[in-house]
Design a protein around this ligand. Structure first.
Ligand code: NAD
Length: 496
């Protein structure tokens, strides 16, 4: 059985632990590798390696750091299919979607290549007579990243390329459920020329994360995962006086106006709701039909019912299995609760299996209508291929529904009216809005701007905000007099 290595100080090493977590192929339940639960001694070695590497890495010119990102981008593009295959095998994602997971990470590396301009400070000459002020952007030290299972390429790549190109060193603790992809990304980062200790990778769960959260050498923590863990990490990290940015769960609504293009709506909602088996933090899990758009629900349900789950290398498969048996059980329980609480289950995927892969964690596409806000299927993040359809009479009612929801990751509106779209984008209390675009994940020159219970912190992932998160600003005020200044002591706070 393949044991997943650790990356400590530039070396891929086998952990000496006796505790392991199985990595399973979700399509058939077979164990394909085992994740080591990193020992305390190994955690301390990773922390020490990152600390020592920071002392030299921070002074490597930003142009050289950016060139490593250029090589890394080229290597990731060269190896995209290989990475996507490893990713598809351990997550069950269908191959095209796995390629997309890698690609959206490569785009962040492309943004990291711009570090010299992103790290430019500001200067004002002559802020007072003969005095200039400049600001410099400097790295903050050792940063840590804790990532979820659902994007094992994209989300680690949201973090360590930008953190390290800014001059920091990094400790990544990827999801224990699919660590093979992040390890391959780490191996390729070393191949691109990242010096020893700049990136370290440890594995495990709460205990290993706690070691990072409580360690004085960690300056900042980036987290992506579920709400309770995100809240715990935000509280613990900030209690320890660290910076933290924690991206958490979601319940994303699409509002469908009756003037929208019906075919466009239906085609977009199929992929946005059940694509990746609904295991996307930006998946559309609630569709709100306004007025006569409610007549389209039957057709949408019909179209969703035609999507067939299957193995990652089955070209006809629309999406793969859920990540684990526990995830499948949770989604089955939620579907049962929807029926028990009075929603109408139009398409029921709870007993779906793929022939020949009966031990896989399958759930078929599922659509509910007559959903109300008191139901568990509305209140909880299902994280499965389940769409809840709701009906309202007006755009105002739709806005009230969306804005009352505690999550604020993403939302979209389908309409032909500029006025309706503008009202929605202006008044909705959600951080990422799509207009006739179902899943509005911004490209990396913007930032990933979830709000409310979908994000705890101030500075978001990637884009300029991530550069600010991973750096500190230093302002220098200087005077270089050409001759002795004859004035006496300055007893005021004013510059003279
Ligand atoms: P998770 O919270 O179970 O795990 C995320 C990470 O935290 C993993 O590395 C895990 O090992 C670690 N962890 C788990 N329990 C912990 C604990 N008690 N203390 C410290 N660390 C702990 O999340 P998941 O199931 O891997 O991922 C799915 C969730 O992630 C969904 O809720 C989804 O919405 C969310 N997500 C959010 C975004 C976003 O940008 N907002 C993106 C992707 C996924």
């Amino acid at each position: 059985m393949k044991q997943v290595p650790l990356l400590i100080n530039g070396d891929m090493v086998a952990s000496t632990t006796e505790q392991f977590i199985n990595v399973t192929n979700p399509a058939n339940g077979e164990v394909i590798a085992k994740t080591p639960v990193t020992t305390d001694d190994e955690m301390q070695r990773a922390l020490q390696a990152a600390k020592s590497a920071f002392e030299t890495w921070r002074y490597v010119p930003v142009t050289e750091r950016a060139r490593i990102m250029m090589r890394y981008q080229a290597i990731l593009k060269r190896e995209q299919k290989r990475i996507a295959t490893v990713l598809a095998e351990e997550t069950g994602k269908v191959f095209d979607d796995a390629m997309g997971d890698v690609w959206r990470g490569i785009e962040v590396v492309e943004q990291a290549m711009n570090a010299p301009s992103l790290m430019m400070g500001e200067t004002v000459e002559n802020v007072a007579r003969g005095i200039d002020t400049s600001s410099f952007i400097q790295p903050i030290g050792v940063c840590a990243g804790i990532t979820p299972f659902n994007f094992p390429a994209m989300i680690p790549l949201w973090m360590f390329p930008l953190a390290t190109v800014c001059g920091n060193t990094f400790i990544l603790k990827p999801s224990e459920q699919d660590p093979l992809t992040p390890m391959l990304l780490a191996e390729l980062f070393i191949e691109a020329g990242a010096p020893a200790g700049v990136l370290n990778v440890v594995h495990g769960g709460k205990d290993q994360v706690d070691t990072l959260l409580n360690h004085p050498d960690i300056a900042a923590v980036s987290f992506v995962g579920s709400v309770p863990v995100g809240q715990y990490i935000y509280r613990t990290a900030t209690d320890n006086m660290k910076r933290a940015q924690c991206f958490a769960g979601a319940k994303n609504h699409t509002v469908v106006m009756p003037d929208a293009n019906k075919n466009h709506v239906i085609n977009n909602l199929v992929g946005a709701s059940v694509g990746a088996a609904g295991q996307r933090c930006m998946a559309i899990s609630v569709a709100v039909f306004v007025g006569s758009a409610q007549e389209w629900i039957d057709e949408l349900a019909e179209k969703i019912s035609e999507v067939k789950p299957g193995a990652w290398n089955d070209e006809n498969a629309g999406f793969g299995p859920l990540i684990s048996a526990a995830a499948k059980q949770r989604v089955q329980d939620l579907i049962a609760s929807g029926k028990a609480q009075g929603a109408t289950c139009m398409v029921d995927g709870s007993d779906f299996v793929v022939e020949g892969m009966e031990n896989g964690h399958w759930i078929g596409p599922t659509v509910f209508k007559d959903v109300t806000t008191d139901m568990r299927i509305y209140q909880e993040e299902i994280f499965g291929p389940v769409l809840c359809c709701m009906c309202v009479d007006t755009l105002e009612e739709a806005l009230e529904l969306v804005n009352s929801n505690p999550y604020g990751n993403g939302t979209s509106i389908f309409t032909a009216s500029g006025a309706a779209a503008r009202k929605y984008q202006s008044e909705v209390t959600v951080g990422q809005v799509g207009i006739n675009v179902p899943i509005p994940v911004p490209l990396p020159f913007f930032s990933f701007t979830g709000w409310k219970n979908s994000f705890f912190g101030d500075l978001h992932a990637y884009g300029k905000q991530a550069v600010r998160f991973y750096t500190e600003t230093k302002t220098v005020t200087s005077r270089w007099p050409e001759q002795d200044i004859p004035s006496g002591p300055n007893m005021t706070i004013n510059l003279r």
